[in-house]
Design a protein around this ligand. Structure first.
Ligand SMILES: [Zn+2]
Length: 210
């Protein structure tokens, strides 16, 4: 697609900078959303990660020994409609495109919803039972609002592209084995050599943060 020069006022929603606010469920609010995709076989992106101060990709080694089992972290692009707190779309119609990142538990719930009402053609209502842990419940909707009108679908797909790239990159840090070692053991790779005693890691703290 070629970029063209155009004029506009302050109503240009395409200009949002490079940062996205990630989707988060809120207790007491039902959000109506759709998973935006171009290929139903590639609605999600995922990788096995650990959490230790931040998400990082499992490199099968020290990370698994020290931080525990690697778990899938999954990402998708959501269109979140402007709704009331029960998830009923507001007038005038509005939406946001948001990156969504979640764990295995939510994926399993999406899978269950999908088995009855394919996510490719049905929106979902997301309710949240615990904000801190993002424990979410998923209910299927009868239709997919963003796909109902060709024009809307087209502009949402175009908007989602950038977000999808961001999700793929933002899922977890791709650290080297050496960086993982530094992160977990708290050692500084320095000129002092490798003989320094390793700082003890409080595994209880680690487990709490998983
Ligand atoms: Zn690992």
């Amino acid at each position: 697609m070629s970029e063209e020069i155009k004029t506009f006022g302050l109503d240009n929603d395409e200009i949002r900078g490079n940062q996205f606010t990630k989707y988060a469920g809120k207790k007491g609010e039902v959000h109506r959303c759709g998973i935006v995709y171009t290929d139903p076989k590639a609605m999600f992106v995922g990788t096995k990660v650990h959490y230790f101060q931040r998400y990082f990709i499992c490199k099968k080694g020290l990370c698994c020994d020290k931080v525990g089992l690697a778990k899938y972290r999954i990402g998708a692009v959501l269109v979140k409609y402007a709704t009331d707190n029960l998830g009923n779309p507001k007038k005038p119609f509005g939406y946001e495109i948001l990156p969504w990142m979640f764990g295995e538990q939510t994926y399993t719930k999406l899978k269950t919803a999908d088995s009855e009402f394919p996510l490719a053609s049905h929106d979902i209502k997301i309710s949240c039972t615990n904000e801190d842990y993002q424990n979410l419940d998923i209910n299927s909707c009868r239709e997919s609002i963003w796909q109902a009108k060709a024009e809307l679908k087209e502009s949402i797909l175009a908007e989602a592209k950038h977000c999808w790239e961001w999700v793929k990159k933002g899922l977890a840090s791709d650290l080297s084995v050496e960086e993982i070692k530094d992160l977990i053991l708290g050692t500084q790779t320095s000129s002092e050599g490798a003989a320094d005693p390793v700082a003890p890691v409080n595994l209880d703290d680690v487990l709490k943060s998983v």
